[in-house]
Design a protein around this ligand. Sequence first.
Ligand code: ADP
Ligand SMILES: Nc1ncnc2c1ncn2[C@H]1C[C@H](O)[C@@H](COP(=O)(O)O)O1
Length: 204
Amino acid sequence: MHIAVTGNIGAGKTTLTTMLSKHYGWDAQFEDVDHNPYLEDFYSDMSKWSFALQVYFLGSRFRQVKEIRESGKNIIQDRTIYEDAHIFAENLNDMNLLSDRDFNNYSSVFDLMKSFVSAPDLLIYLKSDVPNLVKKIYKRGREYETSISIEYLSKLNQKYEKWISNYTEGKLLIIEVDDLDFVEKPEDFGFILEKIEAELHGLF
Ligand SMILES: Nc1ncnc2c1ncn2[C@@H]1O[C@H](COP(=O)(O)OP(=O)(O)O)[C@@H](O)[C@H]1O
Ligand SMILES: Nc1ncnc2c1ncn2[C@H]1C[C@H](O)[C@@H](COP(=O)(O)O)O1
């Protein structure tokens, strides 16, 4: 079984993925952030590094999808390959930080890869508004993310809303996380577990 957690930067994906993996004993796959060779440079000059970063994330995410397919295990994944293309790359192109030529080149590789990718059995979307995303990014304290603008986060949120409202590839669970503190409040984590179990009924 393949579960994926989706949502904007700071929504709580890594935190929830870790908690669910521990709770259910699922293997977890995390994003390549700490050893990512481009991320820090990207935030200091988005236009210069956007193409290299997108190619890197695409390759890294495709490797994960291949592993999920071949492992036969229950795996929970922190962010999907769809977000790289439909949220981040598209948004960078909209903001003229990724040229049309590079975006078209990227998209043709993504379209090819997509034919080898199966949608997760369950996609959990963590919906959060921009002020709460900012608070959580600040709380996490990655130095290079201090340059992330409100405009960038708002545009990503708009892309997420559009993508999620058209998502038909598999089961989808939307969780509004702004009034939940699943880190400190066991009852909030319990609320999320109930929702997941209702969706997974029959798949467990
Ligand atoms: N529901 C929540 N309540 C309180 N703090 C949270 C919640 N979700 C995430 N956090 C905190 O916000 C920060 C960012 O969360 P993280 O899981 O890294 O987000 P993401 O992986 O979506 O970027 C972390 O410091 C985390 O502890
Ligand atoms: N495809 C991507 N393009 C640009 N930036 C990306 C992409 N995927 C992830 N990121 C960034 C956003 C954050 O700074 C880090 C980690 O993501 P997070 O949502 O905090 O888990 O990578």
